[in-house]
Design a protein around this ligand. Structure first.
Ligand code: HEC
Length: 193
């Protein structure tokens, strides 16, 4: 196929798309299939994307003391810095994935970490909390995104101190969301007798 036939096909498709507008009754409106489809649950995003990416950033700067002395662990090679950058990019985009319409807390059968402990919420309870205050959930996700972008900036400057500070900011962003939506106990504390 030459690029000319390609162009003809593309133009043809565009013309057809135009026709669709006039013949609405015959051609169904584009199905939801064309848009983004949330597949993983929030639970899965936490375990597969958010947590590993944050660990990569947190683990990149550390002071390790052992028998052989104190070892300042920090990114040194271009490869080290690229790993941290990749994690920061993944984390900043994960924040968008978290707030996608239709993203559920957990799929049937998925057991969240604390489930079963006295007073710990089930996925259904966390879902209710999020559905009841999507604005706060989105604000926390935006906070995580901002902190992750700061991590990207620290990497661009190869600024180890900034990377360490930003690691703290990321932790604060994680915990802010967890404290409102995940950690609060579901049963009121029993009055002391
Ligand atoms: C916008 C809200 C939000 C932000 C921000 C957020 N989380 Fe979560 N996270 C949740 C919710 C809700 C749950 C509880 C339900 C679940 O387990 O998925 C959770 C659960 C988890 C879990 C437990 C998963 C399990 O086994 O059930 C881990 C680990 C986790 N988050 C890590 C992180 C880390 C690390 C960060 C920051 C880098 C972070 N989260 C930021 C909402 C958030």
């Amino acid at each position: 196929m030459t690029w000319r036939t390609m162009t003809a096909i593309i133009l043809g498709a565009a013309a057809l798309a135009g026709c669709g507008q006039q013949a609405k009754t015959e051609a169904p409106a584009p199905a939801a299939g064309g848009g983004p489809k949330p597949l993983a649950s929030i639970h899965e995003l936490m375990l597969s994307v958010v947590d590993p990416a944050a660990d990569e950033i947190w683990g990149s700067v550390a002071t390790v003391s052992n028998a052989s002395g104190v070892n300042e662990h920090r990114p040194r090679t271009d490869e080290d810095w690229a790993k941290v950058r990749n994690a920061a990019i993944a984390l900043s985009e994960a924040a968008n994935l978290l707030v996608m319409d239709g993203r559920v807390v957990a799929h049937p059968g998925q057991r969240i970490d604390s489930e079963g402990q006295p007073g710990a919420p089930t996925g259904a309870i966390i879902q209710k909390r999020i559905d009841g205050d999507r604005a706060s959930f989105a604000a926390y996700a935006a906070g995580l995104q901002a902190a992750s972008m700061e991590a990207v900036a620290a990497v661009e400057k190869k600024d180890v101190a900034a990377l360490e500070t930003v690691g703290g900011d990321i932790d604060v962003a994680c915990e802010a969301c967890h404290e409102q939506f995940w950690y609060p106990p579901t049963e009121p504390a029993k009055p002391k007798s």
